[in-house]
Write a protein that binds this ligand. Sequence first.
Ligand code: XUL
Length: 532
Amino acid sequence: MAAPADCCYLGFDFSTQQLKVVAIDGNLQVTNQSNVQFDSDLPEFRTQGGVHIHEDRLTVTSPVHMWVKALDLILEKMKNAGFDFSNVKALSGSGQQHGSVYWRKGARQALQHLDPGRDLHSMLQGSFAVQDSPVWMDSSTTEQCQCLESAVGGAQQLADITGSRAYERFTGNQIAKIHQFQTDKYNETERISLVSSFAASLFLGDYAAIDYSDGSGMNLMDIFTKKWSQPCMNATVPQLAEKLKEPKPSTAVLGSVSPYFIERFGFPEDCKVVAFTGDNPGSLAGMRLQEGDIAVSLGTSDTVFLWIKEPRPTVEGHIFCNPVDCHSYMALICYKNGSLTRERIRNECAEGSWEGFSRALRSVPIGNNGNIGIYFDAMEITPPAVGVHRFDKHGRWVATFTREVEIRALVEGQFLAKRVHAQKLGYKIIPGTRVLATGGASSNKDILQVLSDVFNAPVYTIDVANSACLGGAYRAMHGLVAESGVSFAEAVRKAPGAQLAVTPTTGAEEIYGPLLKRYAELEEKVLKDTTG
Ligand code: XUL
C-alpha cells in the first residue's frame, strides 16, 4: 500500500496512569509523541497512579472528568508544539481494559453540539451519571461474579461463552454492582462505554460502538458469535443491551472526527475515527504479532499474549477476539511470580549478580538433568497455587537443589509453565512461529536462550514502551483499507521490525517435549495440594 509520507495517523492510549499519543507518517515512522501524566499534570483530581483506592481497599475508581481533561491537555500541548493536525488521515487508540463510563441522559446531545471555542472538559461537566469510573484494579464484585457463574452453570461454562471465567474487574460484574448499589445513577444512564469506546466517542462527537476485542473483557459477549450473550446479559442487568448497543469489529471505521476537532485543532474533514480497543489488544497490534507468534513480557508480573486460531477457553487466562483479524483470537495469560522471584533466586544463589546467574544457567545442561522446580513465592494467578516445590528426575519431592540447578530450575519452570498454559488455551507452535520477548529480563541472552529452547522457536526482542498507542496508529492506518481486504500485516509491512536475539539449540525439542508433560503433571499436583 503506497501512502504519501506527509500523511499522518494518530494512536492514543488512555492507560491507568497517563494518556499517551503517537503520530506516525505514511512510512510508519514515529514522528511525534506526547503524554499527560494524571497524578502530576492533573493534580486537582488527587489520584495516585491514576486511581483512587477506596476505604474497603477493594473498590478502585478513576474520575471520568480527569480523562476528558487529559484529552484537552494533550491536544493543546501538541498544538502549542506546532503539530500539524491537517495531515491526520485517521486516528484510533486504546484504553485500559474493563473500566466503564456511564453517560447521563442528554450527554449524546452535548457530544453532538460541542462549541469549538471551549474545552471538552467544561462542556461535558454534566454528562456523566457516575463520576468515579470503576477500573481494572477493582476487585469488589466477588458476589456479582458468583451470581453470573451460577446463572450460566459454572466457571467453565462462562469461559466457554465469554472467553473467561468471571473476574471481579470484568465490566459486566462492575455494571451489575452499579445497578445494585447506585440504582438512581444507573437509571440516569443512557449509555455505558468502555474506557476505549468512551475515548472514541469524544473524537466522534457521538456514542462509539464497543469493539469485539475489548468487548471480550466484559464477561458479557459471546466471543464466537460476537453478540451479547443473552444468558449473561439477563444475569447481569435486565435490558442492558439498550445501554451497550451492538459491538462492532475492531477494524471498523466509526465515522469522521466531529466538527469540534476540525474547527478547534484543524483536523481535516475526512479524518476517520477507527474503533478504539483495549490496551492489551492494542499492544498486540503495536508488536505486530502474527498467527503462531507468542509475546512474552518479563516484568514484575510476566504476561503472555498469543495469536490463536482455534481457542479453547479455560478457567485460567483470557481469550479475546483478535483486534486486527476478525477470524482469529488472542489469549492473555498473567503470572504473578515474575521478576521478583527471579531477583530473589539471583540474590540467594548468585550473590545478587546477573552475571553469576547467567554463568549458572550455562553451567547446567538444558533440561536440568530432569530436575524441575515450581517457584510461586506469592499466590500465583495461573494456576492459583503457592509455594516452592522441587522435584528430581523421578518426580520425587526434594528439599533443596544446588545453586546452579536451582537457577536453571526456576527459569525452565517459568517458561515450561508459559508453554503448558498457552497450549491449554489452544496455542500451537507452527512453522515460522516467533517468540517476541520484552520487559526487563529480555536483555539477558542466557534467559532468552532457555525461552527459545523451551518453545523451540527463535526469540526476537522488541521495545514495547509505547506498543499500545503505536498499535492505535497502526490500526488507524489499517482501518482505512481493512474493508477492501488488506490484511493488517500487509498494511504495516514497512514498520520497524523486531531484532533476532537467539535461536533454539539443536535437540532442544527432544528434551523439552517430555519435560512439558512432566511439568504439567507436577503443577497439577501442586495445585491440588494448594486447594486441598
Ligand atoms: C487486562 C487488565 C490490565 C489492564 C491494564 O485484563 O486488566 O492489563 O488492561 O491497563
